[in-house]
Ligand binder design. Structure first.
Ligand code: DQA
Length: 153
């Protein structure tokens, strides 16, 4: 099973970016924690991608079609609130996707309280910090195992 983790703009700055909101964890910490968790699942490969550019994220999602990717975990960051292009890309490839936010977007500024992209996802986890990514990984593996024809972990 292959899962791709996509992180959007400014998430490369985790650790120094508004630590009161996002904590002190870095993107490398997230990658390390997810790789560690992935060891618990047989034959699970996790790939990571981060970009500050909407088009590159749209290209990445499009290229996952027919690539053997079984699931996507995405934190579209600020594009969550604006990107019909990312929403359309997720709908187009039709790969089960979980949206993750480190902060609770529903407790923040009103412009963050709506997700354009969540409507293309299985579900959304918001406000659990780094744990949200780990929950998303476990939930997605479970979902894929229960819903794919030749289910393999
Ligand atoms: C975020 C929330 C977004 O509103 C913000 O633009 C981000 C990070 C989060 O993970 O909490 O960049 O997606």
């Amino acid at each position: 099973m292959k899962i791709c983790v996509i992180n959007g703009p400014n998430l490369q700055l985790l650790g120094i970016r508004e630590p009161d909101v996002y904590g002190k964890i870095t993107l490398d910490d997230i990658v390390a924690r997810m790789k560690n968790l992935a060891k618990n699942f047989k034959n699970l490969k996790v790939e990571f991608f981060q970009s500050n550019n909407e088009g590159d994220i749209v290209d990445k999602i499009g290229n996952l079609y027919n690539s053997g990717c079984d699931g996507i975990i995405i934190n579209p960051a600020a594009y969550t609130h604006t990107s019909i292009a990312i929403y359309d890309a997720l709908k187009a490839v039709n790969i089960p996707t979980i949206e993750v936010h480190i902060s609770n977007i529903y407790k923040r500024e009103s412009f963050r309280q709506h997700s354009v992209t969540a409507g293309a996802c299985l579900g959304q986890i918001s406000g659990l910090g780094i744990t949200g990514y780990e929950c998303a990984l476990s939930a997605l593996v479970d979902y894929i195992n229960n819903n794919s024809e030749n289910s393999k972990e």
